[in-house]
Every structure is written in structure tokens, then in C-alpha cells.
Design a protein around this ligand. Structure first.
Ligand code: MN3
Length: 240
């Protein structure tokens, strides 16, 4: 690697360097015949979906998942990477960017949110999900909402009443659990959010998340969502 290439890749490494320095181990260095473009790291890769497109059937259909992950989420990811590069965002995690999101363009806010929120949503869901939480999580839910069924009702109501496109979240805020919603692709990690906290679970209530199967019946999609919630993921976020 000559000096020019080294400088270029140092600038481009960005957040990838923090998360996965091993990809730049000696054995992975590009050979001399490769052009720099062929090994530019993507700072924010789209994580693979942790299950098949049809794995959430019958609650969420395969075609919705294929379009949602393969088109919508892929587009947010691509646009976020491009805009982050254009706006000189370098060496920051997506969470760090959210703490100063008001410094960047609306494009970074919308696409960065779309990138992160879907990553989080796919992990909230699991073909082995559903049922009820246990242990510390159940205790915290009962402390904040009275009972699991009261929590479920409040969360469902928050998701149903998002006007237009947005998200409902369970967050940890000052040590207590709270249900909040965000418009568009905003999330509770963004400094511009009215309600801030660390996310435990979320639901996407944009029409693209359910319209093919449920059309205008958002409440039916939300009812089906409970069959998929991965309480292990939610618990892990609580204990973080
Ligand atoms: Mn979506």
C-alpha cells in the first residue's frame, strides 16, 4: 500500500475500523492490482436478515419481508452511506451520529434512522418469538405498567395511533420503562427526539410494513406482531 492509498483508506475506514479492525489485517490487504475502489469499506453495512423471508409467516408474509428488507431497508442503507460520505461523517458509530443528528442534513436523519430502526426491528422479531417475557424484564414491565397485559395494550395503542408513518418503541428512560412513538424514521436515540432513551423493542408502522397483507387494518398487523416478539432480545437490551 503506498502513501496515497494508505491516506485514502484511513479516511474511508470510518466506523468500520472501530467495529471490525480485523478486516484490515495484513492478509486481507488488497493486492497491488486492485483499484482502491474495490476495497473501500462500507462503514454501515446492512446486516443479513437473521431468518428467511417466509420465516415470519403467517404473521408477516414473505413478499412484505422481501420488499421491506431487500428494497426499503437496502435503500436507506445505501443512501445513508452515500450521505455520510458526502457530509464527511467519519469514524462515528450510528449511535454517536444520532446524539448530534441536528448537525446533519434531513437526508442523514431520515436514512440514518431508516438504517438503524430496521436493523433493530428485524431483531425485535423472531420466528421463535411470542409468548410472554420472564425474569427481570417481566418485573420491570410490571413495575412500569402494572401488568404484562396492560403493557401490551398501551404499546398497541401507541402503535395504532401513530399518525401517518412512524414507529412505536419501548425504551429505558432514567431507569424506568416507557412507551413512546416517533414520526418518520426518527428514533429515541436522536437528540431532536422529544422522548429520549435506549430502545428495548420497536414496531414499524409505516404502511410498507403491512399493507400487502393487512391493507388498512393496521391494528390486525399489530395484534399479529405479538406472536413474533423476541423477548430474549428485549431482555438483553434491558440488561445492557
Ligand atoms: Mn419500514
Amino acid at each position: 500500500m503506498n502513501k496515497r492509498q494508505f491516506l485514502k483508506s484511513s479516511v474511508l475506514m470510518g466506523a468500520g475500523a472501530v467495529i471490525a479492525p480485523s478486516i484490515f489485517a495484513e492478509s486481507n490487504r488488497p493486492s497491488s492490482h486492485q483499484t482502491p475502489n474495490s476495497y473501500e469499506p462500507i462503514p454501515f453495512p446492512q446486516p443479513p436478515l437473521p431468518y428467511a423471508f417466509n420465516a415470519l409467516e403467517p404473521h408477516i408474509d414473505a413478499q412484505t419481508m422481501e420488499i421491506h428488507y431487500g428494497k426499503h431497508h437496502a435503500a436507506y442503507t445505501k443512501n445513508f452511506n452515500q450521505l455520510a460520505k458526502d457530509e464527511g461523517i467519519d469514524g462515528k458509530t450510528v449511535e454517536q451520529i444520532f446524539t448530534e443528528i441536528d448537525k446533519y442534513s434531513a437526508g442523514v436523519r431520515n436514512n440514518g434512522g431508516g438504517y438503524y430502526n430496521h436493523n433493530f426491528f428485524w431483531l425485535t422479531l423472531s420466528p421463535k418469538g411470542g409468548g410472554e417475557p420472564t425474569g427481570e424484564l417481566l418485573k420491570e414491565i410490571e413495575k412500569s405498567f402494572g401488568s404484562f397485559s396492560a403493557f401490551k395494550e398501551t404499546f398497541s395503542k401507541a402503535a395504532t395511533s401513530v399518525f401517518g408513518s412512524g414507529w412505536a418503541w419501548l425504551i429505558k428512560q432514567d431507569g424506568a420503562l416507557k412507551i413512546v412513538s416517533t414520526p418518520n424514521q426518527d428514533n429515541p436515540l436522536m437528540n431532536i427526539s422529544k422522548e429520549k432513551g435506549s430502545p428495548l423493542m420497536c414496531i414499524d408502522v409505516w404502511e410498507h410494513a403491512y399493507y400487502l397483507k393487512y391493507q388498512n387494518k393496521r391494528a390486525d398487523y399489530i395484534a399479529a406482531f405479538w406472536n413474533l416478539v423476541d423477548w430474549n432480545f428485549v431482555s438483553a437490551n434491558l440488561l445492557k
